[in-house]
Design a protein around this ligand. Structure first.
Ligand code: PAF
Length: 281
């Protein structure tokens, strides 16, 4: 079983032993309810580093007041078994007071990129993510940290943040892991009813439709409208956004003639708000 580290000094004692002898530390931050997507990140880290550490912390400051903080799935016993199966060395499982002691009041401001796409309907979400990830990096002192590209905006924000703030951690992105029918793995898939789970398969089909038809469109608006039409064939789909952005930095796209683009979407099915994306070219 991985060593369970509860306090910040437990983590520092553990990782400093590795740093002292120049061993590479790979880190996978998570909120638990682990699935194959999380484990793939760890397997990649296991191959590339000498020590593999996860964190499991449902970070309250990245949830809005009406969001699913209380309902967020938690199953530490199952998580530990999964982490054990891939040879995890240690897991940091802090409580809220270790991460946010009384008087905590400093946040990482990531600017405008935190207000677009998911940031529009989840104000403050990425500020909370950037803050907790910075704290975790300062606690774990890892060499490499691994993030899934399903959360593409989060991945780009973290990469930008470490560059802007000179945080000495290399950010590694890993491809989205999917169920057999294409649905992106997510802890929030647990909120889907049987019918919604079937309806949600429209997302990956819509992403592929957009990719396959990309060359037929010069304007992004045309491709976005057709993708929205595709998703709306599923009556239970409630679209938050479908957008096309530049792959490298999520900046606005003027024309589809030149550049590399990613189509990103967020769609609700009942209580589940699902996100996904696809590289168009
Ligand atoms: O992607 C997640 O699970 C979370 O946003 C993260 C990176 C662990 C920060 O709480």
């Amino acid at each position: 079983m991985p060593k369970i580290l509860k306090t910040i000094s437990d983590v520092r004692d553990f990782t400093s032993l590795y740093s002292l002898i120049n061993r590479r530390i790979g880190f996978v931050p998570t909120m638990g309810a682990l699935h194959e997507g999380h484990l793939e990140l760890g397997k990649k880290a296991r191959n590339e580093c000498d020590c593999l550490i996860y964190s499991i912390f449902v970070n309250p400051i990245q949830f809005g007041p009406k969001e699913d903080l209380d309902k967020y799935p938690r199953d530490i016993k199952d998580d530990l078994e999964k982490l054990d199966s891939i040879g995890t060395d240690a897991v940091f499982i802090p409580d809220n007071s270790a991460m946010y002691p009384n008087g905590f009041n400093s946040f990482v401001d990531i600017g405008e990129i935190g207000n677009i796409l998911c940031g529009k309907s989840r104000p403050g979400h990425f500020r909370g993510v950037a803050t907790v990830v910075t704290k975790l990096f300062n606690i774990v002192c890892c060499d490499q940290a691994y993030f899934g590209k399903k959360d593409y905006q989060q991945y780009i924000i973290i990469k930008k943040m470490v560059r802007d703030l000179n945080i000495p951690v290399e950010i590694i992105g890993a491809d989205t892991v999917r169920e057999k029918d294409g649905l992106a793995m997510s802890s929030r898939n647990a909120y889907l009813s049987k019918e919604e789970r079937i309806s949600a398969t429209v997302l990956y089909k819509a992403l592929n439709y957009a990719k396959d038809n990309f060359l037929n469109f010069e304007s992004k608006d045309g491709l976005i409208s057709k993708t929205i039409e595709f998703i709306k064939r599923e009556k239970s789909a409630n679209i938050d956004y479908v957008e096309i952005r530049n792959t490298a930095d999520l900046s606005d796209v003027q024309s589809l003639k030149k550049g590399k683009f990613v189509l990103l979407l967020a769609v609700r099915f009942g209580n589940a708000r699902l996100i996904d994306n696809i590289a168009l070219n």
